[in-house]
Ligand binder design. Structure first.
Ligand SMILES: *Cc1c(COP(=O)(O)O)cnc(C)c1O
Length: 402
């Protein structure tokens, strides 16, 4: 991560007294010695690109998710884009997704040639509202792209039923939800495609990286070919001691393959996935216990039949109750030395979507409200009890001084 240097840090004498002495970076990855050793091993063997470590990472990920087929790619965005293409989605089609998500979800739809259609989210879980999906289905609708927001599972029973009744593909955006389950089943294994991200701030990191889970082998093969220029054979096998094999380009593909250097990190991150998840469960409880009496709304608990992957811990700042706006609150947290995130301003709030599709924030009131009020607190498994106390102290100080 890029260290954030504040003006206050340049002049020791001018330094304000703040809750956190050394700036606490939001979303800092929890990297250990095994990840470092494995990357060094890749460097020493010289196998940097797609190779045995990527295969290993795919196998380990499949075992963890109890899924059938996996293809590693170089980002969550690539995972979404290739899933769209493998699902046969193209120009003239419509894909329904949520107004409360990261821009990459919507961009993947756009890059497939299809038209994104937004629906509002549930105000509590921030996941897509199934009733609103029904209202937006037309004869052009080809797929639904639910986002398991912050680690919450979407209502997959309802969404799968809608998909069956209307013959729609399901592409799950699981960028926040590696550990998430719904009725005991891993998310990303309900739909035709499950897309994951290992970006530096996610629960399992490879720096940049992603994965697609598919139900059937044909889809996995399609994605594998599309991820490597449209070449018919695994290019990494070209240079093995089996002798040179010609590859054939069967379509104009992309350059979306994962490197061994990335998989090297992911293999060891996966080994710690349960430990890190339990740590975040503890952090979650600590935040809830310490913040529940303040005039801010905390992110919701999880229904008993789901397991929350715990990617985000969010609070809502309602300026009527707190006395300052969310953006003012953000600046004050920064001054206290606490890095925060905003997940997310609603999709229609961004000029490109607003101008291109004519989407108006007011048509998606829950997403708009969350986009105006939400703050994500530091939530890495790396946080110490001191870090947490500093975050809590900063929040209380800001609220009490308004
Ligand atoms: C991070 C993220 C993505 C994109 O993943 P990248 O690996 O950064 O490309 C997609 N959707 C959501 C909801 C995300 O949070």
């Amino acid at each position: 991560m890029i260290p954030i240097l504040e003006i206050g840090e340049l002049h020791q004498t001018d330094k304000p007294v703040r809750a956190k002495e050394n700036f606490l970076v939001f979303g800092s990855p929890d990297i250990g010695e095994p990840e470092i050793k494995e990357v060094v091993d890749s460097l020493r063997t010289g196998w940097l690109g797609t190779g045995p470590k990527v295969q290993q990472f795919e196998r380990d990920f499949l075992a963890y998710k109890q899924a059938d087929h996996a293809v590693a790619v170089n980002s969550g965005t690539a995972a979404l884009h290739l899933s769209m293409l493998a699902a046969g989605i193209s120009k003239g089609d419509e894909v329904i997704t949520t107004a409360m998500t990261f821009c990459a979800t919507v961009n993947a739809i756009i890059h497939s040639g299809a038209t994104p259609v937004l629906v509002d989210c549930d105000p509590i879980s921030c996941c897509i509202d199934p009733d609103s999906i029904l209202e937006k289905i037309t004869h052009r609708t080809k797929a639904i792209l639910p986002v398991h927001f912050g680690g919450h599972a979407c209502d997959m029973d309802r969404i799968m039923k809608i998909a069956r009744e209307h013959n729609l593909k399901i592409i799950e955006d699981c960028a926040h939800a590696i550990e998430t389950k719904y009725n005991g089943k891993h998310v990303g294994t309900f739909g035709d495609f499950g897309c994951f991200s290992f970006y530096a701030t996610k629960n399992v990191v490879t720096g940049e990286g992603g994965m697609v889970l598919t139900k059937n082998k044909e889809d996995a093969d399609k994605i594998k070919i599309l991820a490597l220029h449209g070449m018919s054979d695994d290019a990494w096998a070209r240079f093995t001691d089996d002798g040179y094999k010609h590859y054939q380009v069967t379509q104009a593909g992309y350059k979306y393959n994962m490197m061994d250097l990335q998989a090297a990190i992911g293999i060891h991150q996966l080994k710690k996935i349960d430990r890190n998840w339990i740590k975040r469960c503890e952090i979650w409880q600590y935040y809830v216990d310490e913040l529940r009496h303040l005039p801010i709304q905390l992110c919701s608990d999880t229904p008993y039949y789901t397991r929350n992957g715990h990617h985000l811990f969010t609070i809502l700042i309602d300026s009527e109750k707190v006395g300052i706006t969310r953006d003012q609150f953000l600046s004050k947290m920064n001054l206290e030395g606490i890095g925060t995130g905003v997940h997310y301003r609603s999709i229609p709030s961004h000029p490109y979507y607003n101008e291109t599709y004519g989407w108006d924030e007011a048509q998606y009131p829950n997403s708009f409200m969350i986009g105006q009020q939400t703050i994500s607190l530091p939530f890495s498994s790396k946080l110490t009890e001191d870090d947490l106390n500093d975050v809590i102290r900063a929040i209380k100080k800001i609220i009490n001084n308004v």
